[in-house]
Design a protein around this ligand. Structure first.
Ligand code: DGI
Ligand code: FE
Ligand code: FE
Length: 198
């Protein structure tokens, strides 16, 4: 299947081949499940299916790159130096989007923002960004306490799913003594105000 030219210059199979080269088989299978989940959410929420496919497939493109690549990119692209105090968990989305753009030729900012924000969320997220954020959290192989509630809320209302995930992730990080990226806190604050009844 050939994508609309301005979204990706080639076929889905060509995109898959480039992504598969970057990832271990388990991670590649996760990416395929996120794509399918994102397409389903896109159908339910009247969002462009090709964008959902490309964003789902590319969201973890940079997940298995060495730290040096990210550190180099943060300098080369003059990104926020505060990023350097985090690690792969934050870099693979925020900095990974730059690799998706430059190496895969994906120029659509809505898709790139979905990759950028797929781990931390953001205060303002398009439907596509919300879809990739949620698809990553609820894809069929995800199994953690609360995942069924997340699936239920997301089916009801995408925004409620976002609020639930933001709260769940923040609570998880705090419980594990992990530093929280400020954007993750901003995401929680914004979405819990919009959806106080999750
Ligand atoms: O890449 P995936 O495993 O598919 O999922 P993801 O991109 O949502 O990344 C999940 C990891 O990122 C998980 O181990 C929690 C971590 N994470 C999410 N938000 C933050 C974070 N880690 C830190 N230190 N700070 C955050 O705000
Ligand atoms: Fe990820
Ligand atoms: Fe993922």
């Amino acid at each position: 299947m050939t994508y609309t030219e301005h979204l990706f210059p080639g076929t889905r199979e060509e995109l898959l081949a480039k992504i598969e080269k970057q990832l271990k088989p388990k991670r590649f299978q996760h990416v395929l499940r996120v794509e399918q989940t994102a397409i389903q959410l896109a159908q339910a929420n009247h969002v462009d299916l090709e964008k959902a496919s490309i964003a789902g497939l590319t969201h973890d493109y940079a997940k298995q790159r060495p730290d040096e690549d990210f550190i180099q990119a943060i300098h080369d692209y003059a990104m926020d130096p505060a990023l350097l105090t985090y690690g792969n968990a934050i870099w693979h989305g925020v900095v990974g989007a730059e690799f998706v753009k430059r190496e895969l030729g994906v120029m659509d900012e809505d898709i790139l923002n979905a990759v950028r924000h797929h781990t931390t969320g953001a205060v303002y997220m398009t439907k596509l960004e919300q879809i990739v954020y949620m698809a990553d959290f609820i894809e069929p192989a995800r199994d953690f306490p609360g995942v069924d509630r997340a699936r239920e809320l997301t089916a009801q209302d995408l925004g409620r799913g976002v609020a639930y995930q933001a709260q769940h992730t923040l609570a998880y990080l705090v419980a594990k003594n992990q530093p929280v990226y400020p954007k993750s806190i901003e995401t929680y604050n914004a979405w819990i105000r919009r959806y106080p009844t999750i």
